[in-house]
Design a protein around this ligand. Sequence first.
Ligand code: ATP
Ligand code: MG
Length: 422
Amino acid sequence: MINIPKGTKDVLPSDSRKWQYAEDKLRKVAALYNAREIRTPTFEHTELFVRSIGDETDVVSKEMYTFEDKGGRSITLRPEGTAPVARSYVENALESMSLPLKTYYIISAFRYERPQAGRLREFHQFGSEIYGASSPYLDLDCITFAYDALRALGLKGIKLKLNSIGCANCRKKYTEALRAYFAERLDEMCPTCRERYGRNALRLLDCKVPRCKEIAAGAPVILDYLCDDCRAHHEKLCSLLDCSGIPYEVDGGIVRGLDYYTRTVFEFVTEELGAQGTVLGGGRYDDLVESIGGKPTGCVGFAMGMERAIMLMEKQGVDFGKDGVDVFVISQSPDLVGTCMEIVSDLRHAGISADTEMTGRSMKAQFKYADKQNAAYVVVIGGSETESGQVKVKRLSDGKEVECGINGIAACVKENIQWQNL
Ligand code: ATP
Ligand code: MG
């Protein structure tokens, strides 16, 4: 037997409804926010991620699925959605559309990580990227979008943590302070941190090694090093959030694992998923578009981990509804299968989902199967029904039967559905 690759998952027919339920809710929230879907390829030139995410980040240095294609190009399966969408924005000159431009996506992403609950090698994200967005009102809009997306999934008890990591200017001063702090503790830190110290000291803040984490917890916080403009932006956003009623906490420890962020960074976290508690992360990235060849563009975005969100929905007992078929047509004898298939075909063309027995099983087995399929109604077709042209439509939830013409099943079921919805 050939097994599924480590860190990947099948979504089985019994579970796909959960995904469809979640995706449907998220698309509806996106429409409420006037965001339009964008679809980019599953793979990109490796250079895009190295340049935008940063070669000292875990994602680029350890987690990317990179390979050479048959034409000798270095290709990488996307580890996230922000850089590909920015690439598309620049390449397709989307700035010529009226700005701000709000996009959203539901994608698979790939990272070579140690698989655990809520951490996979192929995972999925719902995300949004907003372009032409320098004002803190757009930070607010983006955070509210993320918050409403989580709420639309029925999730509760998720906390918003907010921070500002300033701009390149604030970071110069801050990096000096960080280096001075880490210099005295470097011999206690992991080899990766020691290596990164000289090149990108900011990355030492999101090392996952427990001792490094402890040391990082005591490091100076960037909030104390913000320039006037970045401070004003952060304070304005905080005051807007205060008015919005979204509860949040400013947490100087939130730095995010990707280099492209500037100013606002945020995470929505839960305590119910153990170590993989960040359900959604995002922030502002005002330098990214320029760094990949576009004009300077204020941008803000977020990405939600779909597996984590669905795990939490399951934990919190969200009702995903049930898959089912409207009508199951039971055939009393194998020679009536053709007739049953015609009836089913008419029902389907009338917009009623329907199925029938095609394997010649007993009536009892057919009733059992209909039940397993969550059929709402069954219709038994036998000799007398075909002769008289009259059938009984039985509602399985309460056993109630309604008689109608053999050609009137669709209308009868529709009436019943309407009646049920009253
Ligand atoms: P973490 O700190 O948990 O590794 P991250 O900061 O690397 O997360 P982001 O790059 O911000 O994650 O991605 C946004 C969201 O995507 C995360 O908050 C998480 O919900 C989800 N996510 C990231 N990596 C994985 C993964 N390997 N498996 C499942 N979900 C993931
Ligand atoms: Mg990660």
